[in-house]
Structures are given as structure tokens and as C-alpha cells.
Write a protein that binds this ligand. Structure first.
Ligand code: SF4
Length: 359
């Protein structure tokens, strides 16, 4: 069974799109059940051996929801599916989604046509687009073939780039493709301690960095996201191991950006983590309510972690495109020694890096 998928729930018409029918062809042994409406349920109940195929009726592109007081990177989300086969204890999707299955949208070709019209209507704007907000961008790619459609689409665009955020090592289709332009492949990284205790079913840091190295060697631009940074016993030594592995595996000049964000959670996620992951330590430590309603690590802890990580990463590469995810200007100043002042400033910083790498 490819990626352990045993059952497919087919919403009306999903099999008649060419994208949907190709997915079904890749899952010949799965039980297929036709359903008249998307099945609802609970994102925390988790049924990752079932794949629900159907259309996404909503807006093609959505701005990442920023919050007053925190600087947002201006990234836009192309919604291609929800949920992923891994099971990280801290995953926000457990509280966010109202159904437990893997879900893939089969009207992607139609959505890309809408997206093309939108991009063409705004030639003055640079769109940084990602698919990794509600799912992992590559974990399901062997089944979905997302990248078969997305890479050729973005390669032709002058005013957009696609960031594929992942913890997986499913780069097979990327590497088979001849497209390289306007694609950033980025990995979520953490300390080996956090990976082994909290990121269930995810590849090790070494495996992720081996995949990143291969992508670099094959001409892809890469990025990294340390999110969520989690304080734990020996965290300094453990995070150093990851940065040492980065130095061992990567060519720094080809890294477009590295972001950092500390552990934060919606209040409703707390009981889900306690129930589903009773051995998790991501909730240990002092949390306070933030301006966005999420619980955030106590500010001095965040500052200590960012400053320590930044020092190590800058030692490795002075121009690594370091930025913070949803933090306030004073934390930027204190930990990175500069601030983009506001979300527009952060967008300009990332746009400039994108232009430097892709023209
Ligand atoms: S890889 Fe991402 S989407 Fe998948 S469980 Fe972990 S945090 Fe959630």
C-alpha cells in the first residue's frame, strides 16, 4: 500500500478529473468508497490510512493570517490538501481541522488556471506561495503527483515562486522533473531530541539533510525552518548537532532563507496533546497568552533560544537570510540585531532575497 493508504473516499466527480484519476491509478489495492458529501469528523481523531478526494470550492490563494503586533512574512497559501501522514505532537492541524482523514483536492488544474489569471493581473507584485500550511508539501507526492503540475506551472512565472515546505524525503518526483526555476524546497528542522520524541513518523534530521543535499546538487534552491523551537534538557547541545549536520551536508550559498519560531499553540490544542501524546514535553515550560490568542513561550526563553540559534547559524553562514516567524520588532532587534519594522518590511526583505536567487 503506497504510503499506507488503505481506503479512498471519493466525493462526487473526483474520479473524473485527470488529476483525481491518476491518484486512483497509483492506489490499485485501496478500498474505494463513493460519498455524496465531504465526511466531517474531528482533526484530533486521526485516520491517516484514509484518503478523501474531492474538490476545493474556496479561494485559490489565501494570505497567511498575520496578527497585529507580530511581523508576518507575507507568504500566500495555495490550498492543495489537508493533513499529512506524519503525526507531530505539536501539530496545529489536530485542533484546526474538522475531519480526520488525509484530504487532497482534485480540482488542482482548475485552481492553477485561476491562479495564472490572478498572477497575470498583478505583474508588479511578487507572489511567494507555499502549499505547506495545511499539509506537508511533499509527504504525499508519491501518491498525488502534486509536483508534476506545480513545477512546470511555476517555472513559467516571472512574478511568483513556490516554496515546498516538508519534513519528508519524498523528492523523487522533484528530482525526475526537468524544472528547477522559481522553486524553493525547504525543510522543517529541529533538534534530534525533539524529532525522536515529538515528530512521530518523520524522517531523522540526517535523512532530511541528505535529501536537501541531493536537491542542492541537482540545482534546486533550498530553505529551512526551525519551527517550533522547543526548550528541553540539553537543548543547546542538541540544536548544535543539527547545525553541525547542516554544515556537513549543505552548500550555504544556495540557502535562500532560514526562519525560526518558538513553540506556540492554540489553547484548544493543549488537551489534544495531553490526550494523544501523553509523553510529549512540548507543553513543558512557562507559556503566556499572546496577542493572537495563542499561548507563547515566556519572552526571555524565546529571546535566549533565538539569540543562541542565530549565533550558530550566522557562524555557519553570514548571509543565511535569517528571519523570525510571527515575532515583535523588539525581539527581532534583541536577537538578530535589526528589525524590518513591520510586516511590509519583512516582505520586502524576503522579496529581495527571492529576486537575488531567481531574478
Ligand atoms: S509534518 Fe507538519 S502537517 Fe504533518 S503532522 Fe507534522 S506538523 Fe502536522
Amino acid at each position: 500500500m503506497l504510503l499506507g493508504i488503505k481506503r479512498v473516499l471519493l466525493e462526487q466527480g473526483a474520479e473524473s478529473t485527470s488529476f483525481g484519476s491518476r491518484i486512483l491509478e497509483r492506489l490499485p489495492g485501496a478500498d474505494v468508497e463513493f460519498i455524496s458529501h465531504p465526511r466531517q469528523g474531528n482533526g484530533a481523531s486521526v485516520e491517516k490510512q484514509t484518503l478523501q478526494l474531492g474538490s476545493f470550492p474556496g479561494q485559490t490563494l489565501k494570505k497567511c493570517p498575520g496578527t497585529k503586533g507580530y511581523l508576518c512574512c507575507g507568504y500566500q497559501i495555495l490550498h492543495i490538501g489537508t493533513n499529512c501522514p506524519m503525526d507531530c505532537s505539536y501539530c496545529i492541524l489536530q485542533a484546526y481541522l474538522n475531519q480526520p482523514y488525509l484530504r487532497v483536492f482534485t480540482n488542482l488544474e482548475e485552481k492553477l488556471a485561476e491562479l495564472a489569471a490572478h498572477l497575470d493581473a498583478h505583474p508588479e507584485f511578487l507572489f511567494r506561495i507555499g502549499t505547506g500550511e495545511f499539509t506537508d508539501s511533499l509527504a504525499l507526492d508519491p501518491v498525488t503527483g502534486w509536483t508534476d503540475l506545480l513545477l512546470p506551472f511555476f517555472e513559467k512565472r516571472r512574478n511568483a515562486l513556490l516554496e515546498l515546505k516538508t519534513k519528508s524525503v519524498h523528492t523523487e518526483r522533484l528530482l525526475d522533473s526537468s524544472c528547477r526555476k522559481r522553486i524553493v524546497v525547504s525543510w522543517s528542522l529541529n533538534s534530534p531530541y525533539v524529532v525522536s520524541r515529538e515528530e512521530h513518523g518523520a524522517p531523522s534530521i540526517r535523512q532530511r539533510l541528505e535529501a536537501a543535499r541531493r536537491c542542492q546538487q541537482e540545482g534546486f534552491v533550498v530553505g529551512f525552518h526551525f519551527d517550533p523551537l522547543v526548550p528541553h534538557p540539553g537543548w543547546k547541545e542538541e540544536y548544535r548537532k543539527t547545525v553541525d549536520l547542516m554544515a556537513e551536508h549543505l552548500v550555504p550559498e544556495n540557502v535562500i532563507w532560514i526562519s525560526m519560531g518558538c513553540m506556540r499553540y492554540l489553547p484548544e490544542l493543549k488537551s489534544i496533546i495531553r490526550r494523544r501524546h501523553p509523553k510529549s514535553m512540548v507543553l513543558n515550560g512557562e507559556f503566556i497568552p499572546g496577542l493572537d490568542g495563542k499561548m507563547r513561550l515566556f519572552k526571555p526563553v524565546r529571546i535566549e533560544m533565538y539569540a543562541y540559534m542565530a549565533e550558530m547559524l550566522v557562524q555557519w553562514h553570514r548571509d543565511a537570510g535569517l528571519y523570525l516567524c510571527m515575532e515583535s520588532p523588539d525581539i527581532w532587534q534583541e536577537t538578530l540585531g535589526w528589525t524590518p519594522e513591520d510586516s511590509d518590511g519583512l516582505s520586502r526583505f524576503l522579496d529581495d532575497r527571492a529576486r537575488r536567487f531567481f531574478g
